[in-house]
Structure formats: C-alpha cells, structure tokens
Design a protein around this ligand. Structure first.
Ligand code: ATP
Ligand code: MG
Length: 595
C-alpha cells in the first residue's frame, strides 16, 4: 500500500474532547478522530479507528485459526423461539434489545450467540467423529447497558469476537480450554499489551475453567489480586480472590467452658452503629469485633459472621449456601428476625437463625458485638459458649495484607480492564436445546461446550488507557493505525529533499511499513502535535536541515529526542526502532514486488 496522504484522509481531530467523554481513552479516541458518538453507547468508527480495530481483529483471527477455529457469521437478529428454549428470553432482562418484524414475530438483537450456534450444531452434527468443532465470529453485539460509559469500553453496540467449541466429552473440552487460554495469551502479547489472565471462579477444586483477561491500567474498573511471584502465577478478580485460612481459625473448636472466656457484659453505645465508631469509643481494634450481616433465603433468615475489619463477599456466601437468590435483609427484617435495629445485632441469643462464619471470625476471642438491643454492644462474646455456628467457609473479600492463597507469598493488587473471557459452559445449552452427538457406542450424548469472548473495541480503548501520555496516544507498533508518519519539509525549494522523499515514499511502504504522510499545509509544530495525538509510533522528518545533519530525523513516539539516520539506513533503522522483523522487509524487496 502506498503512503496514505493526510490531506485527503478523513481525520477530523479535535482540540478539546466533548464534555461527555468520561475517561482518557474516550477523550483521546474522539480527539484523534477515531470514533464519533451517534447516541448513548452507539459509536461510528472512522478510518483511523477502524485501522486499529482491523489490526486487532487480524491478530485474533490468526490465533483462533491456529487452534482450529473456523470463522462464520451468525445472525445479529435472532428469533425469540431459540431464546425461549434456554429460557434466556425470560431471564436476560432489559439488556436484551427486543424487536418485532412486520408480522409481529419476536426477535432480539444478539448480545451473544450461544443459542444460535447451538441450534446450528444440533442440526448439522451427528457423530463423535465430527467433534471437536470450534466456530467463531467477529461481529456486532448489542446490550442495552444500564449505564453506557467510557466510550467504546462500555457501549451498547460493540464489536465482539465470540467463539464456541463443541466436544465429545468433558476431558476434551478441558484440554481445549487450555489451548484457548494459550491463544488468548498470544493475542494480547502480540497486541503489545500488559495483561493478566485471572481466575474468574474459584479454582480450589481441580483447576479453574473460567478466566478473564485483564489489561492492566490504573483507570481500570476491576481489581486484580495476583501473586508477586511469577512462578506461582496465582491471579484472580477481587470478586473471586480466595482468602487463606488463618492459623488461629481452629480456635473455634474450643469448648464452652474454655478458661480464657471472660464474662459477657453489655456496654451502652448510644448512636454508635459501625464497627469503626464503636471501636473508637471502646479503644478496641476492629479485629476484636464480630460483625453480623443478616440475609434472607426463601423467606428465612441466615446470618453471616465476620471479623470486624473484614468485608463480606456476597458471591462467596451465596456459593457456600448453594443459594444464588439470597438477599440482604431490610431494616424491618432485622427487627422481625433479631428484634433489634441494624448496627446492634450480635450472633448470641438467636438459636433459630443459622450462623455461617468466615474462617477469620472463628479466631476472635472475647469478641465485641451488638447486644441485640438498641444502643448497646456486648463484650466478651465467644464461640461456642454464646452462639453456635451452622457452617464456616471463606466468606470475605481479601485485603492487601492477605498472603497468596496458593503459595503464602506476597500479593499485589492491580487495576484492570476485562478485555476477554473464557468459560467452560458444560452441557447447559446442548442439554436445553438437544444438541447431541452419537458416541462410539451409538448412544446420544449432549455436546460439551466452551465459549470464549473478546471485546475488540474495548481492547482498543484498553490499549489507550495503558499507553498514553499528556500529548496523546502511544500505540504499541503491532496495533498502531500506521507505523510511521512522514513529514517532508522544504520539498519545493530543495532537489535533495525531493529525491530523498521519493526514495522513502517508495521504499518504506514496499517493505511493509504503513506510512501516513502529513502533506497538509501548516507548520511543522502543528503536524508534530497531531502525530503525537494520534499516537503513530515513529515520526520521520525529512528537511533541508535534516539532510544537512546527515539524513532524515527519526523519532519514536516514546523517545525524548530524535536521531538522524542516513537516507540509505532509514528503512532498516525504522524497522529496528519499531521492533518489526527485518526479514519481513527482505521478503518484500522492490525486485520481488516488481514480479
Ligand atoms: P462486563 O462484566 O464488563 O459487562 P461481561 O462479563 O458482560 O463484561 P462477556 O459477556 O463475557 O462480558 O463478553 C465478552 C467480552 O465482551 C468482555 O470480556 C468484554 O471485553 C466485551 N464486552 C462486554 N460488554 C461490553 C460492552 N458493553 N461494551 C464493550 N465491550 C463489551
Ligand atoms: Mg456485562
């Protein structure tokens, strides 16, 4: 491809971002003319933005094909009937955009495609011999997000790569899942991004089969807990991160007449509700507190018990109880089940309310807790003398002080952006929709499935969140819209410049470098500023002055100073600065391209 000319390239840059742009990447994508907003959560991709999107798509495609994926296009408008088969028409809620055709037939706009792809496979696959099969697409999705924000990072219409694999048996999906995780690592490495695959569900028993891929960025919405020792490699979303069981948790096994137990005593704590307020008042550490939280499960109360300095992880409680539909008790329910207002409840004196304790709460000796009456707390409460527990588990959020739950080493916390998700589905969809194959003994079996998504647009935005400075974007070379911007000055008045410019205009693109030539009228200063804003990794400036100094001026977007390279050296030097393989250039020599 010859160098693109900026004078005719559709690149409407902005000096200021629109006021509703609410994060760095949205601001920079709007300012650099990559995207425009049409309506809330709905965007246009302009040529510069599309080039980045296509590069990431290209990398994804290669890696999906490399693990045997086959590309398809599945419909974006999908019939309700398929969504009824899995009951998701009912449960998906308002994120699902529903439409009617002229005959009043009901449809939705695809937020994902499990139903459609499972329907395809049940119609076409008969035998174990046809498995495994992995189909993927890169296509638009629509989710009517409650709060679209951060530009294309959480939009309503967005481009997703979604892949679905079908297997004859559990073992094969487990094996293939590992291949997909490997392919995802290659994809984000090739994009030049700093990322972590994190466990998205507890991996305690037999390995985890749900991973989120997080691009690390200060501005990310997700918190990632990861082991500082790369040899251990433990990493999890904070929502799922395990807390290791403290050494003294076994203390809960002591008997009711333990000589260490002091006599309980009520203390007036008027108007003091939170652990912090009461701890201040009593000059006690929050670690000495037993904190209760009341939940309701099918109309019945359940109490969670935590150490005062810990926070409950509701997902862990729900998993421990095997009850995804628990809900936090309201104020009236505290009064109804415990006879006291929120803030004054304690575990003692409620034999009919099952108490589920976090491991760390088991270690609290002579604890401070609510007295189950307004304006009072009780000190010296002990398990099992003053209350009995129905169960104990890891129920809390981890803290920065917790050790790695795998190796006991130091833990690091990072902020991240979820760009990809891999998930073992099992037979949820194949069973509901009757997608079966005949096994070796001719028995019908539901296909075992996995699904694997990557937000392509979100990856573009995440790359910017991770790679920018005060002047604009700093694209990793592999996903930059162009490799280099070429700025030629003094061409009209200097034949040496003309000659060198012609050479570079021919030679650089022929070697596979994608060049944007800023041939607009205007000062070099303005051109430099725009090149920095749109984030092109390499700037090549050719002028009388640069030739006087020995060649062309090459400057990496990330380098503080330019360097001079003789014209004959410009190509190899550019390739090496960009970290692109020289063999690529050698393979497409001018001689070859003439054939
Ligand atoms: P989130 O928790 O951020 O809403 P999700 O769990 O709903 O994501 P998946 O259903 O796993 O997302 O979709 C796969 C990928 O699609 C995500 O990893 C993300 O990169 C991307 N994605 C999801 N929702 C959006 C959105 N509203 N805008 C842009 N990309 C999205
Ligand atoms: Mg979502």
């Amino acid at each position: 491809m010859p160098a693109a000319k900026l004078s005719s390239f559709f690149l409407p840059t902005l000096r200021e971002a629109p006021s509703d742009a609410d994060n760095v990447s949205a601001k920079l994508m709007l300012r650099s003319g990559m995207i425009r907003k049409v309506a809330s959560g709905i965007y246009e991709w302009l040529p510069l933005g599309l080039r980045v999107l296509r590069k990431i798509e290209g990398i994804i495609r290669e890696e999906m094909n490399a693990i045997g994926g086959q590309e398809v296009i599945l419909p974006v408008v999908q019939p309700r009937a398929l969504w009824d088969e899995t009951a998701r028409w009912g449960v998906y809620g308002k994120e699902l955009l529903r439409l009617k055709d002229r005959k009043d037939g009901e449809f939705c706009f695809a937020p994902t495609a499990e139903e459609v792809v499972t329907d395809l496979v049940r119609r076409e696959i008969r035998s174990w011999r046809q498995l495994p099969l992995m189909l993927y697409q890169i296509g638009l999705k629509f989710r009517d997000e409650i709060r679209p924000r951060f530009g294309v990072m959480r939009s309503r219409e967005f481009l997703m790569k979604d892949a679905y694999s079908f297997h004859a048996g559990e073992e094969d999906v487990n094996r293939y899942y590992g291949e997909v995780v490997g392919a995802y690592k290659k994809i984000f490495n090739r994009c030049g991004l700093n990322f972590r695959p994190v466990e998205a569900q507890s991996g305690a028993i037999g390995g985890s089969f749900s991973h989120e891929f997080m691009v690390l960025a200060e501005t990310g919405e997700e918190t990632i807990v990861s082991c500082a020792d790369p040899k251990c490699g433990y990493a999890a979303n904070i929502e799922r991160a395990e807390a290791s069981r403290p050494e003294d948790a076994g203390r809960g096994a002591s008997s009711a007449d333990d000589p260490n137990f002091k006599k309980p005593e009520d203390i007036r704590t008027p108007g003091l509700h939170t652990v912090e307020e009461v701890a201040d008042f009593l000059h006690e550490s929050p670690k000495r507190f037993l904190k209760t939280q009341l939940y309701v499960l099918q109309g019945k109360p359940v109490m969670a018990l935590l150490r005062g300095d810990h926070q409950l992880n509701e997902a862990k409680l729900a998993a421990h109880l095997g009850a995804p539909d628990i809900r936090r008790a309201g104020e009236e329910e505290y009064v109804k089940f415990l006879g006291c207002p929120v803030g004054f409840a304690g575990p003692q004196g409620h034999p009919d309310v099952p108490i589920h304790a976090d491991f760390a709460a088991l270690g609290v000796l002579n604890g401070v807790t609510g007295a189950n009456k307004n304006d009072f707390h009780t000190i010296h409460i002990n398990n099992p003398r003053d209350f009995k527990i129905a169960g104990s588990a890891d129920l809390r959020m981890t803290t920065p002080d917790d050790p790695c739950p795998r190796c006991g080493g130091k833990i690091e916390w990072h902020k991240g952006i979820e760009v990809g998700h891999a998930f073992k589905l099992g037979t949820k969809y194949s069973q509901a929709m009757g997608a079966t194959y005949l096994d070796k003994s001719q028995n019908p079996q539901p296909a075992v499935m996995g699904c694997y998504g990557i937000g392509v647009g979100r990856t573009v935005a995440a790359a910017i969140e991770q790679n920018h400075d005060a002047n604009g974007i700093r694209w990793p070379a592999a996903i930059a819209p162009f490799h280099a911007v070429l700025i030629v000055l003094d061409e009209a008045e200097d034949s040496r410049v003309r000659e060198a410019a012609e050479k570079l205009r021919g030679e650089l693109p022929r070697a596979g470098l994608e060049i944007l030539e800023d041939d607009r009228e205007g000062s070099p200063g303005v051109k430099f500023k725009d090149a920095d804003l749109i984030g092109i990794p390499l700037r090549v400036v050719l002028s009388k002055k640069s030739l006087d100094r020995g060649g062309a001026e090459l400057k990496l977007r990330s380098a503080p100073q330019p360097e001079i390279a003789p014209i004959a050296e410009c190509l190899p030097r550019s390739l090496s600065l960009l970290g692109l393989p020289a063999k690529e250039a050698a393979a497409i020599t001018p001689e070859v391209s003439k054939l």
